[in-house]
Design a protein around this ligand. Structure first.
Ligand SMILES: [Zn+2]
Length: 771
């Protein structure tokens, strides 16, 4: 049988060349963009109107598309993401349900899943196109293929040329809580208001790249998107009492903001804590208004790959400027009163913290605003703007309480770090999310971990710490990180936590912080505002660190193996002197040190046949089998004469030699981190590199030579849990007894039907007595 090239058992150090794409003039073997690297550019002019009464949206856009590729294009692909919500979309038709036939969970489905299935039947979803035309308004033929549309050009678009596409469209915004997704509206019954988080809302140019041609896979579920960079000029018309938050710089504040709001914004730029642009009282007053007129908010954004916005009359708004290196931005939060006072305290602070940390590990945030909006979406990112969900507890009757759980507090800070962090990966380092979830989620979750850890001590991070990933690493039903976004099993662990943990291990344990940080920043710098593929990351990290990491990428990214290194044995030696007098004495001592057998012990003092019969004794009774003879001594001396002086010296060596036997039970090769304890109380840390497994990936033996007066008493593998070793019970030699708790339990007695009936009657009588 041919060896499986992916099997770690065959060769975990096999180079990746046969798995990675061949380098080209567009992407080099070093992992940087090639000298002929190109990407398309798509600039947008959009006018959109929000119909608050019908929760629908209608827009007109002109896309200016520049063909920088060396290829002639006869058609263009455009993404219509809202078609995902159509009843007949591929995404909806491929949806499966998991209703058990037997057992405790038989015939059950959770209400959310059922509500979504039901709503999908009735929601009038999908994009309605009223015009697809060229720049002169001449209609162009088009074909809609699920969430993609092919527009056939009147004449091929030659390399270096550009063309304009004009599209008019309309769609019904969906209720996010009912249908899910990464955008939608939330309805507030108390004040009869809507809050809109609007994203993936306009026809967007699909990507055409050197690596994949047209990236025109349909929008199914997990694979988000990849888009072209471009400049945006977007006019958003909403009810006059709405506040709009969007990707980009507001260019007409005079027309949409009050004098007071503009002054507060100005003050916020240099403030050292967030300044309210709209206060709680103002937001509560706004909630009650019902404007009949509209206002148009105009935003411009440069060099972004997408555009999203939010709109509501419910928004409080706070802002604080942040300057650092090349960053000069305004961190802003928009949230309804339902989010106070949790959001006042943490949202904008978390944005600023995120930018500071991500700047340090990648590049300076280049955009003029960085926004966090509270609404129905739990957590989602777009350029400059993110949607984040957590809110405090609110008593429905009197609007009081306003406490929050630990989980909500850290959930909010965490999700803001995560979503704002996405500005760097993949909004600027523009990986293909529809193909590779780990390239944005995994890399982002890694930097998020660094940001969490520098927010406060003992921050409850989920991703990053090796010990948190071990449960997943040994679980069933895994696929490699290098799997297409839709094929991933155990999504969060596979695409977020595992790559984040792998990168943290690479940083802390394989490369060290200096080498890793240099290489990681190099990757970010090389690929900002460009489109990296997995190989560009793998290659850059090796190119910049100077360390062959093929084994690491192979093990962590291309397999589902886990780390489980066992210390199986420690063997102790001293050098055999070959001197018959010394060695025979040593052997005699060994024999004497053996425990007495039970028979010998019981036979002690027993009378023997030879007692009082000296004639039955001879030479062998006086000399034991360990006696050195003169012949042995002569041979020894002759042998010594044949040796070189250094060889004779070696025979006198009195070090203690230890052979440490390790086995690799998980398959994933890793360095062996050792803590050695000696009888003099001292400890030593020693790292055997991953390369120790290069010839035999399942069993290795390492030799330690130590002075005679330092006796090894204990060996611990990975004492600080740095490698995600899934079974630490085999990490000690000698093995240790692990204390644990035994839970005692008692079966609960169920009430019988008569008891329940009697209790209900009693309760009803008491209720009456009170009234
Ligand atoms: Zn994410």
């Amino acid at each position: 049988m041919a060896a499986d090239p992916l099997s770690v058992a065959s060769d975990p150090f096999r180079q990746l060349d046969e798995l990675l794409p061949t380098p080209t003039v567009y992407r080099t073997a070093s992992g940087q963009p090639g000298h002929q690297y190109w990407q398309q550019q798509a600039d947008y002019r959009i006018q959109v109107t929000l119909d608050d009464a019908n929760q629908s949206l209608s827009g007109k856009e002109t896309i200016h598309y520049q063909n920088h590729s060396p290829d002639r294009l006869r058609y263009l692909w455009v993404a219509l993401d809202q078609n995902k919500f159509r009843q007949d979309s591929l995404a909806n038709r491929m949806r499966t349900v998991d209703v058990a036939r037997e057992g405790d969970q038989a015939n059950r489905i959770d209400m959310g899943s059922y509500r979504r299935a039901l709503k999908t039947q009735t929601h009038p979803a999908g994009v309605t196109l009223s015009l697809v035309a060229d720049g002169q308004g001449q209609p162009l033929p088009y074909t809609v293929v699920d969430t993609m549309m092919r527009v056939d050009l009147a004449a091929p678009l030659e390399p270096g040329q550009s063309t304009d596409l004009t599209i008019h469209w309309q769609y019904q915004i969906h209720e996010q809580k009912a249908l899910g997704g990464r955008s939608g509206y939330e309805y507030f019954e108390r004040d009869d208001n809507y809050l809109y988080e609007v994203a993936q809302w306009f026809p967007r140019m699909a990507v055409y790249s050197d690596a994949h041609g047209w990236h025109n896979k349909p929008f199914l579920r997990h694979g988000e998107f990849t888009l072209e960079f471009g400049n945006y000029d977007v006019s958003i018309t909403v009810p006059a009492d709405h506040i709009v938050s969007a990707t980009g710089q507001l260019t007409n504040p005079q027309q949409v903001l009050t004098e007071t709001q503009r002054q507060r914004l100005q003050r916020a730029k240099t403030a050292d804590k967030p300044i309210k642009i709209i206060t709680l009282d103002e937001a509560l007053a706004n909630e009650k208004r019902r404007a009949t007129a509209n206002k148009t908010w105009r935003f411009k954004a440069e060099n972004v790959r997408d555009f999203a916005w939010a709109s509501s009359r419910k928004f409080l708004w706070d802002a604080q400027g942040f300057k650092q290196g090349g960053t000069d931005t305004l961190a802003m939060s928009f949230y309804p009163e339902e989010a106070t006072p949790l959001w006042d305290q943490y949202s904008t602070a978390a944005i600023i913290h995120t930018l500071g940390v991500y700047n340090r590990y990648s590049f300076d945030y280049p955009y003029p605003v960085a926004i966090s909006v509270n609404g129905p979406v739990g957590g989602m990112e777009y350029p400059m703007i993110s949607f984040n969900g957590p809110r405090p507890e609110i008593n429905k009757e009197d609007r009081s309480d306003r406490t929050w759980s630990r989980r909500t507090k850290y959930g909010l800070i965490t999700v803001i770090i995560h979503e704002v962090g996405h500005n760097y990966f993949p909004m600027i380092v523009n990986s293909d999310e529809r193909q590779w979830t780990w390239m944005d989620e995994g890399i982002n979750t890694f930097v998020q971990y660094l940001a969490e850890q520098s927010w406060e001590a003992d921050y409850p991070s989920k991703g990053g710490e090796p010990r948190h990933i071990t449960g997943y690493m040994k679980s069933d039903g895994q696929v490699p990180i290098m799997s297409n976004s839709e094929s991933i099993l155990q999504f969060g662990n596979n695409a977020y936590s595992k790559p984040a943990t792998a990168l943290n291990i690479l940083r802390e344990t394989i490369l060290g912080r200096d080498l890793f940080d240099f290489a990681f920043r190099e990757y970010a710098e090389r690929w900002k505002f460009k489109r990296p593929m997995p190989a560009d990351f793998f290659r850059t990290m090796e190119d910049a660190s100077g360390v062959d990491l093929d084994w690491f990428w192979r093990g962590w990214f291309y397999t589902t193996d886990h780390v489980d290194i066992s210390i199986d044995d420690v063997r102790q030696f001293s050098v055999n002197t070959q001197d018959p007098d010394i060695e025979s004495q040593w052997q005699r001592q060994q024999e004497q040190d053996k425990p007495e057998t039970i028979t010998d012990r019981r036979n002690q003092g027993m009378s023997r046949f030879t007692d009082g019969k000296p004639e039955l004794f001879d030479f062998y009774n006086e000399h034991d089998k360990f006696t050195a003879t003169n012949a042995d001594r002569n041979t020894y001396r002759e042998d010594l004469d044949k040796l070189e002086p250094f060889e004779r010296e070696l025979l006198k060596d009195d070090h203690t030699v230890y052979l440490l036997d390790f086995s690799n039970r998980g398959g994933l090769v890793m360095p062996i981190l050792l803590e050695l304890s000696y009888d003099d109380g001292s400890r030593e840390h020693l790292t055997l590199p991953a390369e120790i497994w290069v010839k035999n990936a399942s069993q290795v033996t390492s030799m330690l030579i130590r002075p005679k007066d330092k006796q090894l008493t204990q060996v611990v593998v990975d004492p600080h849990w740095q490698t995600a070793d899934v079974d630490t019970s085999n990490n000690h030699f000698p093995r240790q007894i692990q204390p644990s708790r035994l839970q005692l339990f008692k079966e609960k007695k169920k009430k019988n039907m008569m008891q329940k009936h009697r209790e209900a009657l009693k309760g009803a009588t008491e209720d009456k007595g009170h009234s």
